[in-house]
Write a protein that binds this ligand. Structure first.
Ligand code: ARG
Length: 568
């Protein structure tokens, strides 16, 4: 189903051709309803190119532009913008089509790609904390949207389950472990032994040496060290799984760093052989002398002590994703501190001749009310599990106040959807590059651009249908008599224009903003237009708008990984 935006763009392109003008620009949604519904700046672009008066060019375009049936006669505004106002009948017809379309008008991408998305990717023997929300929630939303657009998505959890920290963990396990504490809270105990070992190693060279030996033994495959390592990985994975369950996050594969460990020697040999890497001061390095921003920043891929590192692992990861998984595209949803690291990885991949599209999708930090990185009162990272539990508890309290008559099982279900939804939505509704302040009051508010506000709009719609006590049957025809009806219907048609834009620059906040505007449009409609009390054919037409709004809200939120309750 062609969107209005695409249809108008096509019509303008045809008109340009007919007028003997070159191609120019597209058509955008109008930013201000006073100027109509859509806008083209083709005349302005061409005026520059052809050194002609833009209004004259706009005039030439209008002469050959045939939009009868679709728009009111287009107008020229300002310096030479062409403004389009859709006819109510055209919007009504498109809306009626949407009602019968499972995809709500959203087309599949023209070229379907195989996309590996690396997101979440927490580290073993460390708790998942508030900082992991962004990568996890953002990656999940992008995966959902890319799949909906028809791409083949492979969700990969690149767990940090290998590396030098395991020398500490194993030393701590052998010398400091409190078994009872491990049973009570495995991650907390792992963190404790890691920290204590680290402190001891800093002050005591003998411990430092012992830690190093434990690591060497692990890398050499010594059975005791291997089984300790395995146990810490299993304990951590259990913990991660619990968070994923609460967040409704699923992975297709979880290839941790350890998966690549036996491929690292060959990676280094290969890069040396091809001349991409060289030996420098006993280490194997890749220099980027031709890339100004990396010129001073060589990547070490084998340390002078012979050890491999995070970079070596990521080079092996590129091989696997391209050669084995056959990815066309790799999306790396990892925070901004790793920008340099991935620039190096991508530069190496290019030199190796990989042509796949790599995108490092970065994001800002979550701050506490004091505008510093969010921490607990004692200065620790806030464990994700505690945070999610608190979200649900707080949501429960609000629901308890708003609607005490709900059954216990309904309350449990709603509190989960609202609490988790609030945390996710608050994150996704921000522009990903900006830091944001974590605020319970704002994310759980029923007013403003929040999950509860959108969920509540959905619930209101469901309650209309419960009140009506009838199954919805799609009408063939809609009557858009009131401005609020037209406005709502047009918004519904624009869902299909919004969803694809999210993956252009990885901005789920565009979808969030759209849903917020849709909920507002619904609200205005609902205030202005009686639904159940109106006469036919208006009644059916309005019910159809309600139905479609509910479906778009639910689908839009689903694409963000957020569930909707039926009541709240
Ligand atoms: N475990 C890493 C961290 O917590 C993130 C891994 C990202 N993915 C990758 N391929 N390096 O910082």
């Amino acid at each position: 189903m062609e969107t209005f935006q695409a249809l108008l763009a096509r019509k303008v392109a045809e008109a340009l051709k007919a007028a003997g003008l070159p191609e120019a620009g597209g058509v955008t949604q109008a930013t201000d309803a006073r100027f109509g519904d859509y806008q083209s700046n083709a005349a302005l672009i061409l005026a520059k190119q052809l050194s002609e008066n833009p209004r004259n060019i706009a005039q030439k375009i209008l002469v050959v532009l045939d939009l009868s049936g679709l728009c009111e006669p287009p107008t020229i505004a300002g310096a030479g913008f062409i403004n389009f106002t859709l006819r109510n009948e055209a919007i009504a017809a498109q809306t009626a089509k949407l009602l019968r379309d499972e995809r709500l008008g959203v087309a599949r991408a023209e070229t379907q790609k195989r996309i590996v998305i690396d997101f979440g990717s927490p580290n073993v023997a460390k708790p998942m904390h508030v900082g992991h929300i962004r990568s996890t929630v953002l990656g999940d939303a992008l995966a959902r949207i890319a799949s909906f657009l028809g791409h083949e998505v492979i969700r990969d959890n690149h767990i940090g389950d290998w590396g030098t920290q395991f020398g500490m963990v194993i030393y701590g396990w052998k010398n400091l472990l409190d078994r009872a504490a491990l049973e009570r809270d495995p991650i907390a105990e792992l963190v404790r032994i890691y920290k204590e070992t680290n402190e001891k190693a800093t002050s005591d060279p003998k411990v430092r040496e012992a830690v190093r030996e434990e690591l060497v033994k692990l890398q050499a495959g010594a059975p005791e060290n291997f089984s300790i390592w395995k146990e810490t990985v299993d304990l951590s994975m259990k913990e991660f799984e619990r968070a994923y369950q609460m967040l409704d996050i699923h992975y297709d594969i979880q290839r941790g760093e350890s998966f690549y460990s036996d491929r690292l020697p060959a990676v280094v040999e290969r890069l040396l052989k091809s001349g991409i890497a060289e030996i420098s001061e006993g280490a194997v390095c890749v220099f980027f002398r031709d890339i100004p921003e990396l010129a001073e920043k060589p990547a070490i891929i084998r340390k002078s002590d012979g050890g491999f590192n995070y970079t070596t692992t990521d080079i092996a990861t590129v091989d696997y994703r391209i050669q084995d998984l056959k990815a066309d595209t790799v999306w790396l949803v990892v925070g901004a501190p790793q920008i340099l690291h991935f620039k190096q990885i991508i530069a190496i991949a290019r030199r190796e001749g990989y042509t796949a599209d790599f995108r490092h999708i970065t994001f800002g930090s979550i701050l506490g009310e004091d505008r510093k990185l969010m921490k607990t009162r004692s200065g620790e990272n806030v464990p994700l599990r505690d945070l999610l539990d608190e979200a649900i508890q707080r949501a429960r309290k609000i629901i308890e106040e708003k609607n005490p008559d709900l059954s216990e099982s309904e309350k449990i279900d709603i509190a989960e959807k609202v609490g988790i939804g609030a945390v996710k939505y608050y994150d996704l509704s921000q522009y990903r590059m900006t830091d944001y302040i974590f605020s319970w009051d704002r994310m759980l508010s029923f007013q403003g651009n929040t999950a509860p506000y959108l969920q509540n709009a959905y619930v209101r719609i469901r309650s209309i249908f419960r009140k009506a006590g009838e199954e919805f049957t799609a009408t063939r025809e809609l009557n858009l008599t009131d401005a609020a009806e037209k406005n709502l219907a047009l918004k519904l048609c624009q869902f299909a224009e919004t969803v694809p834009t999210v993956v252009n620059d990885f901005r789920p906040n565009l979808l969030a903003n759209y849903l917020y505007e849709l909920a507002n449009a619904f609200h205005t409609f609902y205030e202005a237009c009686p639904v159940l009390k109106s006469e036919e054919p208006l009644r059916s037409s309005r019910l159809a708008l309600c139905e479609l709004t509910g479906r778009v809200l639910a689908k839009g939120l689903d694409l963000l990984g957020i569930k909707v309750p039926e009541k709240m």
